[in-house]
Design a protein around this ligand. Structure first.
Ligand SMILES: [Zn+2]
Length: 292
């Protein structure tokens, strides 16, 4: 009995630690996926200056009373900001299709309903984006099929910040959170996690197989610490002691302005790194050519 209680407490604590999501982004790497399966190889091959025009299927989800659909003004603002933030990656999006979904069931969205939503209304050849009135997170995205086959789409809550759709679009093109933690093994009493180390050279270097799998995004311990660590001036708050990495270093200097951080305030998020851009282009070319 005592062992059971200890295990139960352990799991509640680890669940709380690992589910801390300051940006309230619901996007998750499917269970069982390991870094080796989904990392990029030679990203230099995808360094080019082409602009890609990509089709969006916009799905506006609302309940029967009809008062909770996204307004045109809000929608166009979010799409304009999507293009603004994604221009640095050479991605340009245009509305190819619009679909109105009157459904009390989907207007009050939960994680359990997402696969059904994506499967029911999917329009082939487009990036399917669903604007919903109620959801537990601000956004959610599927990854490409290198993470496995799953229903495809992006969800954004109507009240989301302007950086949420570009952030989810980053996931759609296989970017991970800068503070991503890989759960290597989850068995009772053991939670074996892979953390990204700070060092970029030497034996401790693991940036291409841990964290977000990219080396030009510094190790980010945010998910292992409670509460936001970025202040209103968008500066990393180093006054709190971060956990040590696997090589006993804790002199972290994570990005605070990157679109794939989960830290608040969201207004700080505005850019992608070169490797993130190349990984998105690689994903488009190798896994998501249908949207171009
Ligand atoms: Zn996210």
């Amino acid at each position: 009995m005592r062992i059971f209680i200890v295990i139960a407490i352990f799991f509640s604590v680890t669940t709380i630690i690992l589910s801390q999501e300051n940006s309230s982004c619901g996007t998750k790497v499917p269970l069982g996926i390991i870094p080796e399966q989904v990392k990029s190889n030679n990203l230099d091959l995808f360094e080019n200056t082409n602009t890609y025009n990509l089709r969006l299927a916009i799905h506006i989800v609302y309940s029967q009373n009809g008062n909770d659909s996204i307004t045109n003004e809000n929608l166009y603002y979010k799409l304009q900001k999507l293009n603004y933030y994604m221009e640095q990656a050479g991605f340009s999006f245009y509305e190819f299709n619009r679909n109105y979904i009157e459904s009390d069931y989907f207007a009050n969205l939960s994680e359990e309903k997402i696969d059904s939503l994506f499967s029911t209304f999917y329009i082939d050849g487009c990036i399917n984006v669903y604007f919903v009135p109620v959801f537990a997170h601000n956004g959610w995205s599927s990854f490409s099929y290198r993470f496995g086959v799953s229903p495809q789409g992006i969800v954004v809550i109507n009240s989301a910040h302007e950086t949420t759709l570009p952030h989810e679009m980053g996931h759609y093109f296989d970017l991970l959170h800068t503070d991503h933690i890989w759960i290597i093994e989850e068995i009772p009493g053991v939670l074996d996690s892979l953390y990204e180390n700070i060092d970029r050279v030497g034996n401790c270097k693991n940036c291409d197989s841990a964290g977000d799998l990219l080396c030009d995004t510094p190790a980010d311990p945010s998910r292992r610490m409670k509460g936001s660590l970025v202040n209103d001036n968008c500066t990393w708050n180093s006054s709190r002691i971060p956990p040590f990495d696997e090589c006993n270093n804790n002199n972290y200097d994570p990005l605070t302005d990157n679109l794939m951080t989960t830290e608040l305030p969201r207004i700080c998020r505005n850019n992608f790194t070169s490797s993130q851009i190349q990984r998105m282009r690689q994903t488009l070319i190798e896994y998501r050519g249908g949207a171009a």
